[in-house]
Design a protein around this ligand. Structure first.
Ligand code: FES
Length: 102
């Protein structure tokens, strides 16, 4: 197991405040995915964390998001990534304020 920090951009329109970043620490086998980390954070730290996924096998594309500024499937297994650099998760719609959504 290795420790990872996942940095998630969140937005709660009812709060009246803009989007913000929140960090979650997860323990993952290096062969697991960012999606596994997000689901672990949801289970262990914050049940309000919403993650869209379906196959969890990098087939359907349902979990598409930006990971370290690059678009891709969060379900794709990742090689070992040390804790020193947080992984940023950027959902497609939640990052924009409600007033600018189309
Ligand atoms: S859940 Fe199917 S590719 Fe991510």
């Amino acid at each position: 197991m290795a420790d990872y920090t996942i940095k998630v951009r969140r937005f709660q329109p009812e709060s009246g405040q803009g989007p913000y970043w929140e960090e979650f620490n997860v323990d993952l086998e290096p062969s697991l995915s960012v999606l596994d980390g997000l689901l672990q954070a949801k289970d262990r730290e914050d049940g309000s964390l919403a993650v869209r996924c379906s196959c969890r096998a990098a087939i359907c594309g349902s979990c598409g998001m930006k990971i370290k500024a690059s678009p891709g499937s969060a379900a794709r297994p990742r090689s070992a990534r040390p804790k020193k650099e947080p992984t940023r998760w950027h959902p497609r719609l939640a990052a924009r304020p409600a007033a600018t959504r189309s």
